[in-house]
Design a protein around this ligand. Structure first.
Ligand code: HEM
Length: 361
């Protein structure tokens, strides 16, 4: 397929309604395999599998729930989680930060936001790992069976919770999604399951890797905010530059909805797929000065790491908040943090992240 790599081209394509995540009506996708039935049922109402008007309706409802929770009010809870993790390893004077800090925090935060009991944290991590494995290009039949089983277990766990929350609503997102307070936009149980699975899967895997990539960038480039971030503006700049320089998700595809000219001499037919290379766009030398260098103080900062247009990442504010608190708390409590081993990137198709982040202090 054709790949867009320039910043302007990728940014424009993300917002261009002549492209969509689904093929246009009338163009069939390959028939789903029987052994992936449960997986596909959970994916069926994912925001990433929908286009308007269904997407608009569901996204409005989820957005409402997200705004209602006022993401910023989660700051004390995130800080508490980060401190609790650091308490566990600070006396060891060395650790793998991916394992000890990056992995446990985002899943705890998203579980609390949704209202999923923390006792299920290990199950959530396992289900999510199993499910995202089938987005690789090299999954085996047995990986697919495992993903299918995990999707079924995840679904059944969520259905039980939805029933509970309807009977006794609590101050959480699951209760809001399950409530019938807006008679014009009531979500079915299957829709709520799809939304929750997407939030849980998207809500922690990418954040885990982005935290690793960001801390690596800060330490490699000697820009770690020893003693924490002095102000919010510089904290936000660092996080955004990390997202630009070393994003965790590099490739999203789109289908042409009509016949169109992609570039002079390149015509797309309806249903043709193109790839948007977010990682390349973020390093476009025509858009960024010293594009390959991590420069938190840059004045031409921007990125496409969280997408754009109608599918723009719903978790953008939460991700920013989590990354800021993670870095601020880490470098405030352990200012002398240093790398003990050159980190290696995972050989994965679906995430761009590190195998481990070995540090000492
Ligand atoms: C560093 C962390 C993250 C990155 C890099 C990231 C990136 C992205 C990107 C690129 C998209 C757009 C995909 C497309 O246009 O095809 C997206 C969509 C989405 N993200 Fe994130 N994300 C992150 C964290 C989160 C978090 C924390 C949540 C939830 C709490 C979340 C939930 C979603 C959802 C639900 C969508 C689909 C929105 C829609 O289709 O309307 N993401 N994300």
């Amino acid at each position: 397929m054709w790949c867009l790599t320039g910043f302007e081209a990728v940014n424009e394509a993300l917002k261009d309604r002549r492209f969509a995540r689904l093929p246009p009506p009338g163009i069939k996708r390959p028939k789903a395999a029987e052994h992936m039935k449960e997986f596909l049922r959970v994916e069926a109402h994912s925001l990433l599998q929908l286009e308007p008007p269904e997407h608009t309706r569901l996204r409005k409802r989820v957005n409402r729930a997200f705004v209602a929770r006022q993401i910023e009010t989660m700051a004390p809870l995130i800080e508490q989680q980060v401190n609790a993790c650091i308490d566990q390893f600070i006396d060891d004077r060395s650790c793998d930060l991916l394992k000890t800090l990056a992995t446990p925090v985002p899943v705890t935060v998203i579980a609390q936001l949704l209202g999923v009991p923390l006792s299920l944290k290990d199950d959530l991590l396992r289900w999510s790992h199993d499910m995202v494995k089938v987005y690789t290009l090299t999954q085996s039949h047995s990986d697919e069976l495992t993903a299918n089983q995990s999707a079924a277990d995840f679904r059944s766990c969520l259905l039980t919770l939805i029933t509970k929350k309807r009977a006794a609503p609590e101050d959480d997102l699951l209760s809001l999604l399950a409530s019938h307070d807006d008679p014009d936009n009531i979500l079915t149980d299957d829709e709520i399951v799809s939304v929750c699975v997407l939030l849980l899967n998207a809500g922690h895997e990418a954040t885990v890797h982005q935290f690793g990539n960001l801390v690596n960038d800060l330490l490699q480039n000697d820009c770690a905010p020893r003693g924490g971030f002095s102000d919010l503006t510089s904290a936000k700049r660092v996080v955004d530059e990390g997202l630009r320089h070393d994003a965790p998700l590099h490739l999203f595809t789109r289908y042409a909805q009509t016949e169109m000219e992609l570039a002079p001499g390149i015509t797309l037919a309806p249903g043709d797929q193109i790839a948007l290379l977010l990682g390349a766009a973020n390093r476009d030398p025509n858009r960024f000065v010293q594009a390959d260098t991590f420069l938190p103080e840059r004045t031409d900062g921007a990125h496409v790491s969280l997408g754009g247009g109608i599918h723009f990442c719903i978790g953008a504010a939460l991700t920013g908040l989590e990354l800021r608190i993670l870095c601020d708390t880490l470098f405030r409590r352990i200012p002398e943090l240093r790398l003990t081993k050159q980190p290696q990137y995972l050989n994965l198709f679906h995430f761009h992240g590190l195998e481990a982040l070995q540090v000492s202090w």
